[in-house]
Design a protein around this ligand. Structure first.
Ligand code: NAD
Ligand code: AKB
Length: 315
């Protein structure tokens, strides 16, 4: 089989940095080209090729795909939920046009595979709150959720109509220590660790009992790679797979942190992001992903908390 050459778009972001490093371990450093509008993340420097790229410039993207002999694209560039509400037109434009650019080029150049993440943000206030199923009422109320839901159907359309092997996961809120989150509603669950270590106190922008579906980054990277490596015959969902791991509230994560930092305190000042969080489910039923390609998460709240604090302490 021909060697894969992977282009990661949005490689300097929260997921991009860790996914690029993980892909380089599997496919070889030279086989994974990192790209972003931003400058190269310091953790990527010296680990493999980097190109400066605006995914909205389709011609430039097409040239890079041909020049680098790209066979797979991981598209991570997007505007997330909280930032999206500040500029809905821009969020819609970037989130949908970037995907269409990539899918078109994938079709024209017969790329082997495309990865594009969706989000639990596709669900809205009319979806079930607990163990939200793969197929259910989906009426998103944020522009981010609307763009993700539309994107899911573009993926399915390009798969069915043109045979593009595009795969997708509905990530929950992701928690990580290597690169900062990029403007989401679940970002509090990353900020809290930094503030706990630096200030021993944190003011949460979500109310104490706001439960949301969450996942530690190593699990998200594992899921992404497992989905992309799964036999195509096992992929029954061509919109996007529900993906779950843990569910907790600001009060619960604060209590977990307090076990390690006893004088840590938290208070609550909900802002506009509360309304976004309230529109989402509290937990996700990911049984289809578990059945189709054997998804299993590894990190629970206590293991994640311990690992986050250990790693941030020595950074
Ligand atoms: P992020 O904001 O941290 O990173 C996105 C990257 O895309 C940034 O480095 C940004 O510079 C880059 N980018 C923006 N516009 C670009 C353009 N025009 N051309 C090239 N690059 C551009 O986001 P993330 O958290 O890493 O999310 C990656 C993907 O995963 C997104 O599609 C997001 O919706 C999805 N997702 C993330 C989470 C999460 O909790 N992080 C949860 C669900 C889904
Ligand atoms: C956000 O909060 O916008 C993201 C997501 C759940 O998609 N973390």
């Amino acid at each position: 089989m021909a060697k894969e050459k992977i282009l990661v778009i949005g490689a300097s972001g929260q997921i991009g940095v860790e996914l690029t490093l993980a892909l380089r371990k599997i496919y070889g450093d030279a086989q994974v080209v990192a790209s972003d509008l931003r400058e190269e993340n310091s953790l990527l420097k010296g680990t493999g090729p980097y190109v400066s790229l605006d995914v909205m410039n389709k011609e430039m993207l097409h040239v890079q795909v041909i020049r680098q002999n790209v066979t797979q694209i991981y598209l991570l560039a997007a505007i997330l939920s909280a930032t999206g509400e500040k500029n809905p037109g821009l969020a819609w434009h970037l989130n949908t046009q970037s995907l269409l650019n990539v899918l078109d080029i994938a079709r024209e150049e017969n790329l082997h595979k495309v990865y594009w993440p969706s989000s639990i943000a596709v669900f809205g206030p009319t979806s079930p709150k607990q163990l939200c199923p793969q197929q259910t009422i989906i009426e998103p109320t944020t522009v981010y959720g609307i763009s993700k839901y539309a994107g899911e159907f573009w993926c399915k359309y390009y798969n069915q109509r043109f045979g593009v092997d595009v795969r997708s996961l509905r990530y929950p809120g992701l928690i990580s220590y290597k690169s900062a989150p990029g403007g989401g509603t679940t970002d509090y669950a990353v900020e809290i660790f930094h503030e706990a270590l630096e200030e021993k106190k944190y003011t949460s922008f979500l109310d104490e009992n706001t439960y949301l579906p969450m996942m530690y980054m190593p699990d998200a990277i594992k899921a992404t790679i497992e989905l992309m490596e799964a036999d195509a015959a096992k992929i029954s969902v061509r919109t996007s797979y529900n993906l779950g791991a843990i569910s907790f509230s600001p009060k619960e994560i604060a209590a977990e942190i307090k076990k390690h930092i006893p004088d840590f305190t938290i208070d609550y000042k909900p802002d506009y992001r509360q309304q976004i969080a309230d529109s989402w489910p509290q937990s996700i039923d990911d049984s289809v992903a578990r059945k189709d390609w054997g998804w299993q998460h590894e990190y629970d709240l206590s293991r994640m908390t311990e690992d986050m604090l250990n790693n941030l302490q020595f950074q």
